[in-house]
Design a protein around this ligand. Structure first.
Ligand code: SAM
Ligand code: DTB
Ligand code: SF4
Length: 330
């Protein structure tokens, strides 16, 4: 039984107790990756069927409510002010424009609306505006998620009071590989924010990115670190790097398709009750690869033609794929 608590008083305590009494060891997750693919997919599908309808996939829309100019140095991100990218800095959007975008996404069939801001963390005044956005999007009957960076004492509670369902804060990569990708904040800072989110009773959305130059061992470690949060995140986005021109990872080597599918399966097996989200990077995936990801246990996609700054598959091609696979959108 896992006794790790993400609400431990400090990140250091959480991280060290996680390694002492982990439910999933890195080697156990690595052993999943090493299984013959058919055996791994079969096991993942069995776990998936025990917990979800295998023919249902949630469609979630994304909106960048505050784009660019971020002080952080995440090597994959077009929104970091440190790199010369095609993304221009913009001000925080007006509440009515966000609500209009949410209505449009709802009309297209999205049931979940995720709002992202390129901040290290929100300032008080900014948080006030975001709480208004959450109230109004929630009133449309959509599931709400925001990703605003690191939170300070009391901020998670204000989001909860506004009716927020999920807070997204990805671990992104293995703790041991983290400083190869990001140096402006630490992996333990991420754990701290997740702990604050948990403490106020918000659902946690936390996952990672593949294609940062990490090894399979790093991938397995990231999955173990997510699965060993107690409880595991209710939502686990698995992103495939969208190589953004101008970022240090613009020419990063692509992840092998089967390795990506194996990661989805490992997330499904280790976090049976969580939504596993086939997130960024679907534009570069074939329909067959996406189908394999659904079989491996992914049950949510980002829907509509834009992610935050990068483009996404258009809704017509997604509708066609759902029809071909007999998937029902939820
Ligand atoms: N600034 C906040 C933060 O970092 O938590 C929220 C926004 S940030 C863009 C949200 C997530 O988007 C990151 O944690 C990362 O997983 C994902 N992301 C950013 N750029 C990406 C890229 N080029 N390809 C794939 N995923 C990316
Ligand atoms: C997540 O894990 N992926 C989304 C969402 N959570 C916020 C963001 C993907 C961003 C892809 C690159 C871009 O659009 O800039
Ligand atoms: Fe900023 Fe988030 Fe991009 Fe990092 S991932 S540079 S914190 S917007």
């Amino acid at each position: 039984m896992n006794t790790v608590s993400p609400v431990a008083s400090s990140a250091a305590t959480a991280a060290s107790s996680a390694s002492q009494s982990a439910k999933w060891t890195v080697s156990q997750v690595e052993a999943l990756y090493q299984m013959p693919l058919m055996d791994l997919l079969y096991r993942a599908q069995q776990v998936h069927r025990e917990n979800f309808d295998p023919n249902e996939v949630q469609r979630s829309a994304l909106l960048s409510i505050k784009t660019g100019g971020c002080p952080e140095d995440c090597s994959y991100c077009s929104q970091s002010a440190r790199y010369k990218t095609d993304t221009e800095r913009e001000a925080l959007m007006q509440v009515e424009d966000v609500v209009a975008a949410a209505k449009e996404a709802k009309a297209k069939g999205a049931t979940r609306f995720c709002m992202g801001a390129a901040w290290r963390g929100p300032k008080e005044k900014e948080l006030e505006v975001v709480t208004q956005m959450i109230r109004e999007v929630k009133a449309l009957g959509m599931e709400t998620c925001v990703t605003l960076g690191m939170l300070k004492e009391g901020q998670a509670q204000r989001l909860k009071d506004a009716g927020l369902d999920y807070y997204n804060h990805n671990l992104d990569t293995d703790a041991e590989f983290y400083d190869k990708v990001i140096t402006s904040h630490k992996h333990s800072d991420r754990i701290d924010t997740i702990a604050q989110v948990r403490e106020v009773g918000l659902k946690v959305c936390s996952g990672g990115i593949l294609g940062l130059g990490e090894s399979r061992r790093n991938r397995a470690a990231m999955i173990a670190q997510l699965a060993n949060l107690n409880p595991p995140p209710e939502s686990v986005p698995i992103n495939n790097l969208v190589a953004m021109p101008g970022t240090p990872l613009a020419t990063s080597e692509k992840v092998d398709s089967f390795e990506f599918v194996r990661t989805i399966a490992a997330a499904r097996i280790t976090m049976p009750k969580s939504f596993v989200r086939l997130s960024a990077g679907r534009e570069a995936m074939s329909q067959e690869m996406q189908a394999m990801c659904f079989f491996a246990g992914a049950n949510s996609i980002f829907y509509c033609d834009k992610l935050l700054t990068a483009s996404n598959l258009d809704i017509n091609s997604d509708q066609l794929l759902f029809e071909k696979l007999g998937l029902r959108a939820i």
